[in-house]
Design a binder for this molecule. Structure first.
Ligand SMILES: [Fe+2]
Ligand SMILES: [Fe+2]
Length: 184
């Protein structure tokens, strides 16, 4: 299947599945930190790398530049209003991720940094899950009502926006390794 026939919504849904698995790993890490375990810098860096490079840059990148603008142009007012909320979620999760990274990169995390890290994990996971649920309930069904040529335009735009970047299949192995360690 080439990039113009690939279903862009199926692809976004598949990516949400991988995001949710990664967020479960992140929650498990925070729970271990809360119980007083050592601060697992290496695995935290891997998860934050996924959040930054795949969720923020690739997934949100194509939603921001391709999917949302076309839906704003074509959808009814109710859906357009929700797109405004979704755009704001992207800004909010990027800010939360910056705070999370700051706590995670503390050179010698003491109780305050560890607590801050766990609080930021909870806030990030909650916001991201709510965001993905809203996209799946409202945005993606609206895209499915567009005509095939408009959907093909989204597919082409998504392919162009992410060319050369690591996709879900390339990240999946890293996430499976983290799950093996954190979700027994
Ligand atoms: Fe999104
Ligand atoms: Fe999404």
């Amino acid at each position: 299947m080439d990039e113009t026939t690939r279903d862009p919504i199926e692809e976004l849904l598949l990516e949400h599945g991988l995001h949710r698995r990664t967020l479960v790993v992140l929650e498990r890490i925070a729970q271990a930190v809360e119980r007083g375990g050592t601060f697992p810098r290496g695995d935290i860096a891997k998860v934050l790398g996924y959040l930054r490079e795949f969720i923020e840059e690739v997934h949100h990148g194509k939603e921001d530049t391709v999917v949302y603008p076309l839906v704003l142009e074509l959808a009814d007012d109710d859906v357009a209003e929700e797109v405004g909320r979704l755009l704001w979620d992207h800004v909010a999760t990027r800010d939360l991720l910056a705070s999370l990274t700051m706590f995670a990169e503390s050179s010698d995390p003491q109780e305050q940094e560890r607590d801050g890290f766990c609080q930021m994990v909870r806030a990030y996971v909650q916001r991201m899950n709510r965001h993905m649920n809203l996209e799946e309930r409202l945005l993606f069904p609206a895209v499915r009502t567009l005509d095939p040529e408009q959907i093909a335009e989204i597919a082409r735009g998504c392919a162009d926006a992410t060319r050369g970047q690591r996709g879900a299949s390339e990240w999946a192995g890293d996430i499976a390794e983290l799950e093996e360690h954190w979700i027994a």
